[in-house]
Ligand binder design. Structure first.
Ligand SMILES: Nc1ncnc2c1ncn2[C@@H]1O[C@H](COP(=O)(O)OP(=O)(O)OP(=O)(O)O)[C@@H](O)[C@H]1O
Ligand SMILES: [Mg+2]
Length: 166
């Protein structure tokens, strides 16, 4: 396993429910304008994490996998949006804005959660929270959260506090 980057935080999940709970804690911290990049193989738990994120964020609707529609748009009563996008079908080298969505538009009053972010070559923001998920065994997943930018470092500290106290 590679050495963790400075400020990174790793979590071992033992069940889909536990992954959803971590997602809920993260979702509660997300603000408009923020971006979460999810990376990891088929079945590593990205969508499961997003189910929790959407719930914690306050989505009135449950999450379904966006693999075929590319972007799902969840809207809260306060008018804010949670965009759940999937780059699985991107040809490697595609730019985010031409292939999936207009980032400026989306981030104006929304938060973006992007599955298969490693397939996007261009057009990603400079700052984001990256979550890399990997399959350990049937019910175990390894999640590594890495912040890029101050606001995401702060977010990650709050997430750790929310999960473990401190
Ligand atoms: N600890 C765990 N965390 C998350 N999912 C788990 C865990 N243990 C088992 N699973 C199961 O693994 C599967 C994860 O599927 P999920 O759709 O979340 O993955 P994904 O990374 O989004 O895949 P895809 O790339 O196909 O979109 C689900 O069936 C889930 O129930
Ligand atoms: Mg998925």
């Amino acid at each position: 396993m590679p050495i963790l980057a400075r400020n990174a935080f790793e979590f071992f999940s033992h069940s889909p429910e536990q992954t959803r709970r971590v997602g809920m804690r993260l979702g509660a911290l997300l603000q408009p304008g923020q971006v979460v990049l999810l990376e990891g193989n088929l079945g590593s738990g990205k969508t499961t994490l997003v189910q929790g994120i959407a719930q914690g964020w306050g989505s009135p609707n449950p999450v379904s996998s966006p693999t075929y529609v590319i972007v799902n748009d969840y809207r809260r009563a306060d008018g804010k949006h949670l965009y759940h996008a999937d780059a699985y079908r991107l040809t490697p080298g595609n730019a985010l804005d031409t292939a999936i969505l207009d980032l400026d538009f989306v981030l104006k009053d929304g938060t973006l959660v992007l599955e298969w972010a490693e397939r996007v070559q261009d057009g990603l923001p400079n700052e984001f929270l990256r979550v890399v998920l990997s399959w350990m065994s049937e019910e175990q997943r390894h999640l590594v959260f890495t912040p890029q930018g101050k606001q995401y470092e702060t977010m990650l500290k709050k997430l750790q506090q929310s999960l473990f106290g401190a």
